[in-house]
Structures are given as C-alpha cells and as structure tokens.
Design a protein around this ligand. Structure first.
Ligand code: FDP
Length: 363
C-alpha cells in the first residue's frame, strides 16, 4: 500500500512551505538524502563491495581513514555540489572547507558533515551513520573557514542517517525531530517516526567506561551512582550500553530515552573531548533538543558554544533532560568545590571514589 504514505519530499514541501528559502532548503535535503541512499547501498554490500578496510592515509584528526570514509565523503560532495544550493562544504575528512567548483552556481547554504560516523565499526558489521548540519551563508563570495564557525543555534537543518538493519534518516528543520525509513524496493524515505519525544527521565546510560580513570570527578560521580543502582544514591537500577557509534547511541536515545556521554578526559590533554563540535555535536544536539531532550558539555548548552575552529572537539552529554541537568549540577558543584565525595556501597575502602583520585596523574 503506497498511497497515504508521507515521503521525505512531501514532508519537506509541507514543513517548509512559506519559509524564506524553504524550497532551496528542501531541495538540498533531498540531495543529501540521495547521497545517503548511495552510502546505504555501499555499506549494505559489506565485504562483497570490496570497500571494507583501512586506507594507507590519515584524516586531519590523525585518524586512519577507512575506504568507506572517503567513498561516503565523495558521495556527499558529488551529490550536493552541482545544484546551486550550497556555497561551500566542510567535512571531517577534509582539512579545509571544500570550495564549490567554478562551473557550478554557488548557493546560500553551508553543508557540514561527518560522512561516516563510527566507521571503526564497518569491518565488524555494526551500525554506522552520516551526520550533517545546514547553516546559512549570506554573502555572494566563496565562504572562508570563519563563515562555518556559527553556533549550533543558527543551524537551519540537521540530521543523520543510520545504516543499520534498516536505513533511517532522522531530520529536523527546526520544528520537531522526525524519522524516515528507507523503502529499499521503491527507493523512497517514508515518514515512520513523526515528532520523536525523549522521556525526561531515564535509567540507561552510554559511556566508554574504559576511560573512567581519565574522567573529571563529576562524571565519575554520576556513573558511579548509576552503577550503584538501587543500593545507592539514585535508588534504582540503571542499564548500560556502548556501541562505539554515536549515531546508533543517539538513535536509541531518540527511540526510548537515556543519556550518551563522551566527556572531557585527561587521556590526551590536547583533546578537550572526542567529538567534533560542528559536524557531530551541534547537529545531534539540535535533533535531541527538538525531541525534548537536552545537550550539554556539562558546563553549558552545546548549541550556544561559539566555535573557534572547524575541527574543534567538545565534551558531549546528551539525552533525557533530567539526567543531563543532573550532570550539569554535578559539574557546577564540583567547580564550586562543594561536591561531596561519593561513597558507593559497592566499593570497598581501597577503591572508594574520591574527587582527588581523578585529579591525579591519570595513570
Ligand atoms: P569513530 O571515531 O569510529 O567515528 O565520532 C567518533 C566516534 O566514532 C563515535 O561515533 C563513537 O561514539 C566514538 O567515536 C567511539 O569512541 P571509543 O573508541 O572511545 O569507543
């Protein structure tokens, strides 16, 4: 039964009708969706596509590039550069912004993206995704790097695709967060999850606990309390998940609540967090807030950060509002110096959590 289904194009026409630049924004998002379908086809072939494995190259972050990172990056650039809709693009895989070739008209949007988030998972057949953010660009001139450095609150659209058992596109144009499922036979994204809503409270957290000794005390306190469950401060048991693919974690949170944390740590003092602000944290923060959740660094709202560099990293804590608010409170108490050492009944005297443990050498 095809009739009565809301396709992505129909949804965008209806959502953006009457909005300044609405038709152009809709057309750009349809181009992004077409590129996403190409990436979905590549990832779905797995080993049969000959595209798994690493390249003998590193990206600007010094991370080993996977073949699929580069192919996904090319798919988005080629899918979006020709339509006269974008003035420039920036990607996790490119050191500097990509200038639109002279033969194409320049448009009024900037497209910023992580072509394949969680790509370390491609070789093990676990869900990965594409994250994107659309910003406005007023001048006619080719955009400089500084033009991309806009706070997340100025995004006009944001979304991600998740390449899992089903391919989904989750999107916001500033009026709620909505999920579309790819009908592979027909080739259309169909609205299947309108108006996603994250519960305010949750008992599920996601964090890479192998970094525990490098975290700041407020994060150690939060996680320690979650692990203590009903015998501790929180008075109820928590569940933990770690997929190591942010898109998949965020998707779970949009579906059933929870929190995802990639906090600041002392593992690599040169990196104040793992995730990149412009093309990971900002788009995901907008999606989460449009679904009623909250996204913070622990010390303030992610969407209000003034970016300082294209590939800037930030601490990320997002999901169910009350849990993220609690994390902000723990950071504030710590920064004021009045957080109480947390004593979990699960830990014996020798392994008691004390704030000064986290301030030590990090060994
Ligand atoms: P990846 O480097 O594989 O792209 O974006 C960074 C990210 O994945 C997230 O998707 C994921 O949550 C995180 O890194 C995984 O980090 P760990 O290696 O610490 O598990």
């Amino acid at each position: 039964m095809q009739s009565g289904r809301t396709t992505l194009s129909k949804f965008l026409i209806e959502q953006l009708r009457g909005r300044d630049d609405g038709a152009d924004l809709g057309a750009l998002l349809v181009d992004v969706a077409a590129a996403v379908k190409a990436i979905a086809a590549m990832t779905a072939k797995g080993a049969l596509g000959g595209v798994l494995g690493a390249l003998d190259a590193r990206n600007v972050q010094g991370e080993t590039q996977k073949k699929l990172d580069v192919l996904a990056n090319d798919a988005i650039i080629q899918g979006c550069e020709w339509g006269g809709l974008v003035a420039g693009m920036a990607s996790e895989e490119l050191e500097a912004p990509y200038a639109i070739p002279a033969e194409f008209k320049r448009g009024k949007f900037l497209l910023v993206f992580d072509p394949l988030d969680g790509s370390s998972n491609t070789d093990v057949n676990v869900s990965v995704g594409t994250i994107f953010s659309v910003l406005r660009h007023e001048p006619e001139a080719a955009p400089a790097e500084a033009d991309f450095l806009q706070p997340g609150s100025r995004q006009v659209a944001a979304g991600y695709a998740i390449y899992g058992p089903a391919t989904m596109l989750v999107l916001t144009v500033g009026a709620g967060t909505h999920g579309f499922t790819l009908d592979r036979e027909v080739g259309n994204f169909i609205l299947t999850h309108p108006q996603l809503a994250i519960p305010e409270d949750s008992s599920e957290f996601a964090i890479n606990t192998s970094n525990e000794r490098f975290w700041e005390p407020p994060v150690q306190r939060y996680v320690c309390e979650c692990k203590a469950g009903r015998s501790g401060e929180r008075g109820r048991d928590f569940n933990m998940r770690w997929i190591a693919s942010m898109v998949a974690e965020v998707h779970r949170i949009l579906m059933r609540g929870g929190v995802f944390l990639y906090p600041k740590d002392t593992k690599d003092p040169g990196k104040p967090g793992r995730l990149r602000l412009l093309y990971e944290a900002n788009p995901v923060a907008l999606l989460i807030e449009q679904a009623g959740g909250y996204a913070s660094t622990g010390r303030g709202r992610i969407l209000e950060l003034e970016p300082g560099a294209l590939h800037q990293r930030v601490p990320v804590m997002l999901g169910s509002r009350n849990e993220v608010a609690r994390l902000e409170r723990y950071h504030a108490e710590h920064d004021r110096g009045d957080d109480q050492p947390f004593v979990s009944p699960l830990f014996n005297e020798r392994s008691l959590y004390r704030p000064e443990m986290a301030l030590g050498s990090g060994k």
